[in-house]
Design a protein around this ligand. Sequence first.
Ligand code: HDD
Length: 746
Amino acid sequence: MDASKPVKKIKDAVEKVTTPGDRIPGSPGSGTPTLDEPTTPIEPLPPKSEQDAPETVTPTGAATGAPKISKSQQGAYLTTSQGARLRDTDHSLKAGPRGPILLQDHHFREKITHFDHERIPERVVHARGAGAHGLFTAYGTATDVTKAGFLAKGKQTQVFVRFSTVLGSRGSADTVRDTRGFATKFYTDEGTFDLVGNNIPVFFIQDAIKFPDIIHAGKWHPDREIPQAQSAHDTFWDFVSLHTEAQHHTMWNMSDRGIPRSYRHMEGFGVHTFRLINEAGATVLAKFHWKPKLGVHSLDWEEAQIAGGVDPDFHRRDLYDSIEAGAFPEWELGLQVFPDTEDETFAGIDLLDPTKIVPEELAPVQPVGRLVLNGVPTNFHAEVEQVAFHLGHLPPGIDVTNDPLLQGRLFSYVDTQLTRLGGPNFSQIPINRPHAPVNDMLRDGLHQHAVHGGVAPYRPNSLDGGNPFTTDTGFVDIPVRVAESTKVRENPVSFDDHYSQVRLFWRSMSPVEKEHIVRAYTFELAKCYEQAIKERQVQCLANIDPVLCEQVATGLGLPVPAPTVPFDAEVEPSPALSQIGGEWPADGRLIGIVVDPAAGLDGVDEVRTAVFAAGMVPLVIAPHGGVVDGVTVQRTFATARSIEFDAILLAGAPAPATDALPARDAKAGAPSSPAVDPRVTLLIEEAWRHAKAIGAWGAGVTVLEQTGLAGTPGVIAADSAATALTELQPLLAKHRVWQRFPATVA
Ligand code: HDD
């Protein structure tokens, strides 16, 4: 071996880089630098689409009342964080082309150090979420009960909403069975109002001190960190079966509410009772409700499972796609209003107990305004990840009550941001900045962005002219009498009833919804290892309803126990709790249109136009991507799964050559040349099984007949595309073709 060769190589290299003006050939910056201003950017500029000027962007980055369009990064020149323009960001500074990186490479160190710290701690609960900007318009119907300015007639207020799951980590799937968060930040003129609710109107616990317990039980097992984003495991069922006040919330989770179709189809609830005060100083108690324009609707359990695999971002994608398609998600904000009586009860229900609802039949939800989500975030981290909600963010006119869960939450939300967002100045982060002028006396701290003037951040002062002053028009702490009492660690006796409202919920369900609940309990408990936990939960079910208990016990192979808690009073069902039976607008529903390019796409364009005109979104599905007869193919047979669509229209589908199919798609034992592409058959069969409407015309009818589903409920064989679409719409208004599910639970 010639030992001199490597030495020579290194020497050559050193000589090469030390030659003045020499650069790695072809590297950016190898030309002669020009010092003229402005310099020409070294790389061509990327096209900038519809870029907003910075001054038109609000402090939260949202455009007022219109979809946000600012997408591309501004500025032609790449700089360091200190504004020094850079010649090269692709090569670290090295001792020769093959040499080690030099510590003096300040750009390298800045770039990597910043990257190393890009992630912040995920939320301890509600880690996975998605958010959007929107506009709230008040009807003026709440002015009798509250002086909150944002509820005055016609008043428009910008909002940011974050939806979330509770248990899973940031990277978990959207469609798991879980409660969903529904947190709304109203940037009101009188200060920010945060309504931090869920899609379920009750909570697992009555006292905030137990929050760590329910969350430790619901989250993964500490030894293996599984399961992820699931309540189907021992620790969850151990806790809720021992801690029976959790049974009401648990039943909601086991119902279809635990697997929403989309965020757009969720109700939202402030859960707690709040106290409102009007201009005249009169007070009422009230509960906040969000009612989705599209109606409450859920996934089928199997759909949720498929979506978890094929599209774990199912809800996030739906939110952003629908906004970008112009099908803006909409809700009405409503209030249930109760007299502010000394005992804080209504119709015998303790309004301070967060495990209880007040049925809408007893206290109707009165609409007070409309929310439209019309802007997707520009930057997920800056907005969705950094948004910080807090129940103490209240405007004049809205105040808290002594609900012990609410009281504890008032502590936790600021506290958690200190760790999550790195200090006490998180309300200066753009997404958290109030739109009302801020003039506080909070000073310094980590990440202080404000340059406060003045010398006297204290009151009273004379040095800053006494500024700032308090005002009688400010926030009102409603003067509520606090009963003379003894300090205790206990709940009122009225909190002891853990079963009557669970029974109320169960009895309010339609047979198909009851069947789903039975299946959910049976599935989740069957996933537990501990027999004693299953038995204990079945005992809880015996205290709720004998049919429910019997069906779940049978599924688990357990004996049916007798109730241990007497059924004191029969409960009246609340029809408003059922998701089935109403009709809702089909706006923004997704219609998959299966086409056969070989047969031509005659009429497909007209159907797409008609689907758009009906406020829905058409997606063309063909064997291959590209453009067919001038129509863009949006999904191929390989990418289209039934879960994505609310209904399927069949214009036709080519019969496949079996040998052209991937092996997994050619079913074992299937005819050697199937008449319909198995992927289309799967699409139609799944859509049918998930009770979705299916329409066909022309060659599509033949495809339908070959699947054997023609003539069944909700399957339309029409003579034209227009008729198929017309007949499809009333089915969509009911969400699903429920009659395909024969009821087995009465
Ligand atoms: Fe909570 C986050 C909703 C009880 C402590 N909660 C959080 C979020 C929602 C809720 C929607 C996500 C906010 C976001 O998107 O950033 N939480 C609720 C509801 C409850 C409830 C409806 C009962 C009615 N929470 C609750 C209790 C405690 C907390 C009793 C503690 C004592 N919640 C938190 C928290 C979080 C949070 C640890 C985590 C991230 C955050 O606050 O900002 O402070």
